[in-house]
Design a protein around this ligand. Sequence first.
Ligand code: C2E
Ligand code: CA
Ligand code: CA
Ligand code: CA
Length: 272
Amino acid sequence: AKRDGKNRYAIYEERMSEQMREELHLKQSLHHALDNREFVLHYQPQVSARTSQVFGYESLIRWNHPDFGVLSPNHFISLAEETGMIIEIGEWVLQEACHQTRKWQVEASQPDLKVAVNLSAQQFVDSMLPEKVFRALEDSGLSPESLIIEITETMVLQDFDRSIETMERLRNRGIKVHLDDFGVGFSSLSYLNRLPIDAIKIDRSFVRQIGEEKHDVAIVNAIISMAKSLGLQVIAEGVEKKEHISYLKRKGCYEYQGYYFSKPVPAHLVTL
Ligand code: C2E
Ligand code: CA
Ligand code: CA
Ligand code: CA
């Protein structure tokens, strides 16, 4: 019996170390991922019902891992934050998204095409962030008006005053700032009013409920009217169905992003 227990413990230990080995491997390979050019950006269109046209793309990072295959950001962004690698990765994202979008603008003669870039909390509090953003614009030749920076409420609430300062530095250049995942945090009219932003994105969890049996559209309705009263643009994310669109349009939301139009795809599959 004593032997059995010992064996069982050994098996448990082996399993644990297997998982830990994978995590360690992921962490270590993260250090070489940039140099090895393993990151790619996928792009998902943002569509305007007013013009029935794609006005821009959101860039979404993927990691082409040599052993684990294509990894979505949920698998490595927090790891990249823990290790501090997110700063360098974020710079690469900015540079890559700006260069690609400028290329599309020229090739397709669409000078107004926009690109939205997600920031992580660490990037947002980096005092060098505005300079890094400006440099990506200068290096690529993309105009500030074509760049959208997406931040979340939780990022803003970490240090409200400093966040506003950063947002103003970006907006003074002409860069747009959008508030992502709106509605899932501690949104309130009083602080939304004080934020220097151009648009809010309604989180997918609310859009998903439209047309469902036990739907709670009160939040969607409130977000749209709140945004309108503040003169903000509203973009709905996670739009998957026709009825999402007809409902949102009826409520006065004319900008959409979601699988209904396209999943995020690599740049070479984007048709302008
Ligand atoms: P997010 O900014 O809220 O991005 C939207 C997510 O919803 C994306 O997941 C997108 O693929 C997914 N999505 C879009 N339309 C639909 C739809 O109709 N239905 C459903 N079910 N999902 C839809 P993804 O690409 O896995 O990204 C997850 C999150 O990772 C993003 O959420 C964002 O917070 C973060 N992320 C992505 N790229 C970057 C990046 O370059 N830097 C940083 N810091 N974070 C990033
Ligand atoms: Ca986003
Ligand atoms: Ca979002
Ligand atoms: Ca979201």
